[in-house]
Design a protein around this ligand. Sequence first.
Ligand code: 5RP
Length: 224
Amino acid sequence: MTQQLDQGQLKKLAAEYAFEHYVKPDMLIGVGTGSTVKYFIEKLAEVKHLIKGTVSSSSASTLLLQQLQIPVFDLNSVDQLDVYIDGADEVTQYLHAIKGGGAALTREKILAANSKKFVCIVDESKLVAKLGKFPLPIEVIPMARSYVAREMVKLGGTPDWRNNVVTDNGNWILDIHNLDIIDPVALERQINSITGVVTNGIFALRPVNELIVASADGKIKVIK
Ligand code: 5RP
């Protein structure tokens, strides 16, 4: 009988696959945030002298990178990233994702936008037929929190303020439950047009390029 791996083992497997297949000498690598990416950062330490360096999507990832003496650059001091590696909270076979469970969505979106290739690493529980079961995170300017929440109710959502969380940019997070995300590209654009929204956690306008999914039997599926 094939041994079934747990979620942590699958995250590690996906991260190691990304490390082996997408990291090359002299690359400038965008690094996401979360427990899956943590495994990727640990692997990256093995080649820290061979890569150009990294740009980080959060203070949490920056800390880990620096603890392992992996070079971290400010995005404004470098050109386009060769590759951006990050996890997701939900992702579809159409390469649209929801991110921001770790409140780093804005910087993650900036790095994804500024990279040649966006590689998403997940365990199979994150692969869904339709986005929206995971509450959609929205980063908001603090004074706009109630206004944005009311606008999201008009769109059919149920907002929940992620109390006690302040993003790396000094803003707040609203988690929106019960959204019917039929057209991720249109909804991403629509929510971003609400005044006071910094960005929302739908990654569809700039989708994932390659999705690495680790399944419980230890196999890796790559969706492009
Ligand atoms: C952080 C994110 C993460 O990629 C997402 O929450 C997945 O995290 P994990 O790898 O811990 O499951 O978007 O803002």
